[in-house]
Structures are given as C-alpha cells and as structure tokens.
Design a binder for this molecule. Structure first.
Ligand code: B3K
Ligand code: ZN
Length: 861
C-alpha cells in the first residue's frame, strides 16, 4: 500500500472549467454521464483521472475512445489537445453501497458523500481539492420514489418527463472542488424559513428529513439562523447563494458535510426535541450546524490545495464553531469542555503510535486523518493566533486571507502569512505548530528575590516523544496571586510579552525562557496557562496550599477549575501509588473545598458540575507510563466514593435543590449538576437510598437529559432496577434510532462483569443494525473506551472480529474503530502481549482496506 507525501505535491496537467453531470436513477443502479471541459495546465498532454465506478464509455470531443488504459482505479489518457471535452458514462451500484462514501442509498433515499475521495466512486475525474470547476447537475428519477431531487447551487429547471419521471437541473455559480459536490434524491418532508443577510439578500433556508422525524427539525433550522447572524457579526461574513439546504441521513460516517449549498447531515446532528434529545444534544446540533455553515467561507470559498492541508479548513472551522457556542452560551463552560475533550482524545492520540502533526507529511489513506489532531489541536493552533494577535488583529488577518485567496485552494502557509502580513509581524516560528507532532511539555521553575522584590519564572519546553523538535512559539497567559487571594497585574520586564487589558501573555520562543516581574511584595502563586492559552502540558511543582489558593482565588475561571483538577489528579496519584487503594483515606481538604463550592451561590450550576467532575481515565492514563488499567480505574473510583460518602448529606441536599419543575432548556446547568450529583451518590455506601432516587428521577423525568442521567448513574450497579429501567427505555424508544444509540452506548460502557457478553449479544438486538455507522459507533466503538472490559482477551477479540466484518463493507467505520487499539501502547506490557495476535489476525484479512491497514500497521510498530 503506497504512502503519499506532502513534499511530492504537483499541480495537475489539466484544469477544469465546467463539469455537467447527469444522474439517471434506475431501479438497481444509477447511470452517470459527466461532460467535462479540460484545459491544459503546463507542458504534459497526458491526464490521469481517478475513478472506480463501472466505466461504460469514454468520448473525447465527440469521438468514442476504445483503447483507453484503465488500471488501479485510474483512467489514463494520452496525446490530448490543449482544450477538449471529455464525456464519461459510468454505472454506479448505489443501492448496494454500504460504505457511505460516493453515491449510496439509505432507507431508500440516495445521498452522496464525496469528501475526501468519494467523487471518484461516481465518475472519473481529477478528484482533488485544487481542481475547481463550475458544476451543473441534472437528476432524473421516478416521481413517486424520488419526488425530491437536490444538488448544489440554484435550481434552474424542473419538468415532468414521460414514464412518470421528473428531471431537475441545478447550477452552482461558484467554482468548487469535487469533494463539495452533493446530490440527494428521495422522499423527504421539509421545513423552511428565510434569512435576510446584512446586505439585504433574502436566503431560503430548508431542512429536510424523513416525514416521521420532520417535527424534530425546528432546533436545527433555528440554529442555522443563529449561525448566519453570528458569522456576520463576529467575522463580517455573509452567505452567498439564494438557498441553503440541510438534509438528514440516518446512515452517515461522520457528523455532517459542508457541500456547497446542500449540507448532508447525520440525523444525530439534525434531530433534537426535548423528549428525545439531551441538553448536550441540543448544543451539539447547534454547534455542528454552525460548523458546516461556517465552512462556506472557511473551506468552500477558500479551500485546501491538497489533503495534507486539511486543518486549514477544519482547525479554523472548529475554532469558529467553538467561538459560536462560547458567545451564545457560557464561554468558561465551553472552554473547559473543549479542553477536557482535547486532553482525553487528542493528547492521547499524540501519545500513541498514531501521533501526527496538525499538517501530516504523509498518509496511506486520507480518511484516517480526520483526527482529533487535525481538528481539535488545529483549532487550538488557530486560537493561538487570536491570543497572540488579539481579536482585532486576528480579524484583520482573516479579512486579508479572504481578500487574497477567495476562490482558491491554498495552504497553511498562506493562512499564516495573511495573519503575519495583516499585523506586520513575523510568524515563521509559529509554523512549527503545523509540522511538529506531539504535545509540548513545559517544565516550569520560579524564584522570588526578597531583596529586589523580583519574581522570575523559567520555562523549559520539550516534546518527550519528539526529541528533535525545535523550540516553538508558545503563548502562555499568566497571572500572579498573593497569599491573601489578591490577583496582581505584574509589571513585566521582558520584551517578548503582551500586556493587554487584564492579561499578561508570555511568548515562549526558545528551549528555555525566563521572565522577570518587578515590584512583587511576597512570593506569589503563579496562575499559568490561563484559559488554556496553548495546547501543552505544564509541569510546575505546586504545593497543596498553592493549589487551594488558585482553586479559591484565581480570577481566571478556567484556572480555578484547572486547580481543582490538579487537586484531584494529585490525590488519584497518591491512591494509585498507595499500598491498598481500597482503604486509602482521602485528604479532607478535598471534601471541604467541594463543599464550599457547592454552597457558593455565585457559581453557576454548570460550572459546579464541571468542577466536581473528576479527570477521566483516558486523560490520566497518558501520565502513567505502563498504566495498570484496573488500578487507575479503581483509584478514580475510590476518590469518587470517598467524596460521595464524606459529603452525602450535602450532595443529597444540593441534588434536591436543583430539581427543575417543567422543562426549560435554560435549566441545563441545574440538570448537569443534579445528574453529576446523582452519579456521585450512586458511588457512595448508601446504595439502597440512591437507587430509589434514580428510579424516581427516571419515572418523573419530562426530558431525555434526566432519563439518561438516571441510567448513567445506575449503569455500573448490579441491581434489578437497572434492568427494569433499561427494559422500559428500550420499549419506549424502540422507534427512535438515535435514542436507542444512547441505550446501546450505556451498556457498552458499563463496568459490570457481564458487559462483554452483553455487548456481543446486543449485536443481534432487533433495534441494532449491523451496517449502520451510528449503531456501530454507539455499541462497538464505544466499547473500545471501556477500560476494564475492552482491555481483556475477549474484549480485544470481539473488536478485532468486528473490524474484520465491518471492513468488507465500510472501511471508514472499520478504521475509526481500529483507532481504539492505539492507546494500548501506553499500558502495561501484558496488554500489548494480549493484543498482538488480534492485530496480526486483522492484518491477515484478505483485501484489508487501506484505512484499517494503515491504522493497524502503525499500531503494531
Ligand atoms: N468536512 C467533513 C468531513 C467529512 C470527511 C468524511 N470522511 C465534516 C466536517 O468537518 O465538517
Ligand atoms: Zn469541518
């Protein structure tokens, strides 16, 4: 299997002006005719087109070609003129396509997914992002089976043909790469609205889904309007077509896809209604709707030159959706959630054999690079530009980026250069964030000079699993806090610092940097990396008193949360290394500060919930070389139950205080807190009483958040009530696939000893579908995050067998599940011994996909 390298990039020998596509939907397949106008670009008169559909005919300027060369999914054409029209006919086996890539059927409706390389499954083309063309799409199908026929751009004609056929023609006035092409055909209901842009253009907004779920689409439509308005206000970016369509599909490999004017979404990110969606689902739908909408500028108008630059559009667009959620809801809550996610998923990726830079330099299968690193670390990289340049400077850079590159396919250098030029600064060192893999660590030491009243702090940067890494430009936001809790804005003596409003940002740029602050009356406690100003791991030997000072008095709310996390991490570490973790007596200061926090009326409940949430296994495991999985899980649990027992009365009281009367989304914080507390209470000794609470909450719940909260709390408890509630839930929601996904996930995550058998049996549950990506993610992939039961012989075997099964029809999903094996590299060697034969078994599968081959071969290394 070949590896592709960034350094080998070359422009194509021909470019495309226009492409006219015709789709004739037949009973068992689709006839696709593409008519493309090519134009020479350079000296070569040969052309290689990517394609894997059944090729029926090749016509160049009206003459049928018979001696074409077709091999390895490539059509080679030679001795071409400088300009020519190529007409290609293919038959696409859409109805048997279970890969959810290219043109495929889902519940009788047809959808496309072309990013990154799905278009080649439809026709033969220069299927790469730097080839941009104007698309016209004609769709012909049976009026009863396919009353709705959609594609990108504006509908320019619709007519009825003979034999109950209809023909619809769409024209997209904007040049685009093939990955943004989309087609939808089938039976759908829709809801609509209009949005008037700031320059006064009226845009039609339409959300399509199957008729039975159309009543769950309103939140999606409202979210779209909020996104459009926000992007105008925050970034001065306006929508550019007359219509914006979102279509929901129950079979989708990812979250959603930003096809020009015609987004196709996983139902998971469209459907949301109180009875079936949790508060988190509501926020996620809004965020993904925003994300895909924001791509219209950051991705579609300005796209990527090649797939190595994927983070150019994804990192930037994730940053934009994070800001959207932060502006509309709580900024601190959003930041904490994003950082938790980054630590649990991206830091672990970076500590695994699959570690790669934000801009990878090579790949076997690009589908494997829609990763946490490209997306989430990529977003942190974009955030750092804003931290360094401030909002105004960042917006200037973004405006220059669009001014220079609108309508083009560009690189990460182009983005960096726009930021640098618009602000007249040199950002060349910053480019290392795109090329160096691994999470930077900062070893920090400090010194207070009583005589001079100077405080100095020294940072040594390094990337442990990337020893040749060069020193990067790292913005470290910092504050100093005195023993009495006073936050001071220090008088800084160095040049490479930014002081703005109440913020001091140190710009680290060497292997070792020291900063000196003057006029400090006593040895302060440093509040380092405020707001998580860079995606790094900091190592500073805080003593207990300092951590409590920060947790109580830091005026950076993120770092108050962070200090509590450090307190928990320290304690978990002590439990982990103690003689008998089960009997470990925890530090009473922890229960004391939690008690204080819960009593503090000035803190919003969502933040309280996050503050008492312990760090997750995945986040902690990377800091335990050769992790003893069971011991670490047990240590976290020990701390949780000790807190539950120490504070039982108060937890119960706060639980009761945070009950909500009738459902209002604005009470989401209270529900988050209440459900977190219920989870705690269930870990305490008073199990009988807690089970009653769970049962009552479940019974009285008027919303999905509280039902799932109850089920999660009891999910690890071996009690008949757990079974009753799960059964009841399955009956009530049998006809709601997305709700059943939650039910499968819960069981897959359970810490009860029958989990492996149960998960294997659930594959045959009537609500399960062995070919549906959402189902596979909620049961099979979710199981790879079950530390105790995945990391067993039977667990590894189960996942290996599933990967082999799924790989034959959906390599994309199989690859994503295969990712689950990569974290084992950090665990005790006995786990590696156990998993090796399973990985070898996967490698031995005939016709193993590139997707799985790449992941497993790298994991085995
Ligand atoms: N751009 C799409 C990615 C689809 C890739 C599928 N293998 C989703 C998004 O980031 O918006
Ligand atoms: Zn995206």
């Amino acid at each position: 299997i070949a590896t592709k390298y960034l350094k080998d990039y070359q422009a194509t020998s021909y470019l495309v002006d226009t492409i006219d596509l015709k789709f004739e939907i037949k009973d068992t397949f689709v006839i696709v005719t593409s008519k493309t106008k090519y134009q020479q670009n350079g000296a070569s008169n040969s052309l290689e087109l990517a394609g894997s559909a059944e090729l029926k005919s090749v016509i160049i300027d009206g003459n049928e070609l018979t001696d074409y060369k077709l091999a390895d999914d490539k059509l080679s054409l030679n001795n071409l003129s400088a300009n020519f029209t190529l007409e290609i006919v293919t038959h696409v086996d859409a109805f048997n396509n279970k890969s959810c890539m290219g043109l495929y059927a889902s519940n009788g409706n047809l959808f496309t997914q072309c990013e990154p390389e799905g278009f080649r499954k439809i026709t033969y083309y220069l299927d790469r992002p730097d080839v941009m063309a104007k698309f016209t799409t004609t769709i012909i199908g049976d009026k009863d089976l396919y009353p709705v026929l959609l594609s990108n751009g504006n509908k320019i004609s619709e007519k009825t043909l003979a034999n109950n056929q209809i023909e619809v023609i769409w024209e997209d006035p904007y040049k685009k790469p093939s990955y943004l092409f989309a087609l939808v055909a089938g039976k759908f209901a829709f809801i609509d609205d209009t949005f008037t842009t700031k320059s006064g253009r009226k845009v039609k907004l339409e959300v399509y889904s199957e008729a039975e779920s159309i009543n769950q689409c309103q939140h999606c439509l409202e979210s779209l309007k909020r996104a459009m308005e926000w992007d105008e206000k925050r970034f001065n970016l306006e929508y550019d077509l007359d219509v914006y369509m979102i279509v929901a599909s129950g079979d989708f490999n990812m979250g959603a896809m930003e096809n020009k004017g015609l987004n196709i979404f996983n139902t998971k990110y469209v459907l949301a209604e109180t009875k079936t969606a949790t508060d988190t689902d509501f926020i996620n739908v809004e965020a993904v709707v925003g994300h895909e909408y924001f791509h219209n500028w950051t991705g579609n108008r300005v796209t990527c030159r090649d797939w190595f630059q994927l983070s150019l559009k994804e990192g930037l667009t994730v940053f934009r959706d994070q800001e959207f959620t932060a502006d509309l809801h709580s900024r601190t809550v959003k930041r904490i959630q994003d950082v938790k996610n980054l630590r649990q998923m991206q830091f672990t990726e970076d500590a695994s054999p699959l570690s790669h830079p934000v801009r990878p330099e090579s790949y076997m299968e690009i589908n494997n690079f829609y990763t946490m690193t490209v997306y989430e670390k990529g977003a942190e990289v974009v955030r750092m530009y804003q931290t360094i340049l401030d909002k105004e400077g960042f917006n200037r850079g973004l405006a220059l980026y669009f001014e220079r590159h609108d309508g083009y396919a560009v690189t990460c250098e182009d983005f960096c250069k726009a930021m640098a030029d618009a602000n007249k600064i040199d950002l060349s060192q910053f480019m290392l964030w795109y090329s160096q893999s691994g999470t930077p660590h900062l070893a920090i030491s400090d010194h207070y000079n009583e005589a001079t009243k100077e405080y100095s702090i020294t940072f040594k940067q390094s990337i442990p699993n990337n020893p040749t890494a060069k020193a990067m430009l790292i913005p470290v936001s910092i504050g100093l806090i005195l023993d009495n809790g006073k936050n001071i804005i220090p008088d800084i003596k160095n040049h490479n610092t930014i002081v703005r409003d109440n913020e001091v940002i140190l710009l680290l740029n060497e292997a070792e940097n020291t900063f000196i602050f003057g006029g400090i009356s006593e040895k302060p406690t440093p509040s380092i990396l405020r707001g998580f100003s860079a995606p790094v791991i900091i190592n500073y030997a805080y003593d207990e008193k300092q951590l409590y000072t920060l947790a109580r008095h830091d005026n950076d709310s993120f770092n108050r949360w962070e200090a509590l996390q450090s307190i928990y991490k320290t304690e978990i570490n002590r439990i982990y290394h103690s003689e008998s973790p089960d009997k470990f007596e925890i530090n009473q200061n922890i229960t004391k500060i939690i008690s204080e926090l819960l009593n503090d009326a000035t803190i919003d409940p969502a933040l309280k919930a996050l503050s008492i949430n312990l760090p997750a296994f995945a986040e902690l495991s990377i800091s335990y070389p050769n992790t003893d999985v069971k011991k670490l899980v047990g240590s976290i649990k020990r701390l949780k139950s000790a807190i539950a027992n120490g504070l039982e009365t108060q937890l119960l009281a706060v639980y009761k205080d945070n009950q909500t009367v009738s459902y209002d989304f604005n009470d989401a914080g209270k529900r988050a807190l209440k459900n977190t507390l219920l989870g705690y209470l269930m870990q305490g000794n008073n199990t009988g009483k807690s089970i009653e609470l769970v049962a009552a909450q479940y019974k009285n719940a008027d919303n999905m958040t509280d039902k799932i909260g109850a089920l999660s709390a009891i999910n690890d408890i071996d009690s008949p009530v757990r079974h009753q509630l799960l059964d009841n839930f399955a009956q009530e929601y049998a006809n709601y696939p997305l709700v059943m996904d939650k039910w499968f996930s819960l069981q897959s995550q359970s810490q009860l000893p029958d989990t492996i058998d149960n998960v294997a049996n659930l594959l045959n549950h009537p609500s399960f579908d062995k070919e549906n990506p959402n189902k596979l993610y909620s049961l099979v992939r979710a199981f790879t995050a079950n530390p105790i039961y995945f990391n067993t012989d039977a667990g590894y075997n189960f996942i290996a067998e599933e990967i082999i099964r799924i790989d034959s029809f959906n390599p994309g999903v199989a690859g994503r599940i295969a990712n689950g094996f990569s974290s084992i590299a950090n665990y005790e060697s006995k786990y590696q011994t156990l998993v090796k034969p399973q990985l070898q078994k996967i490698m031995a599968k005939e016709n193993l996909s590139r997707d799985v081959y790449e992941i497993i071969s790298k994991t085995l290394q």
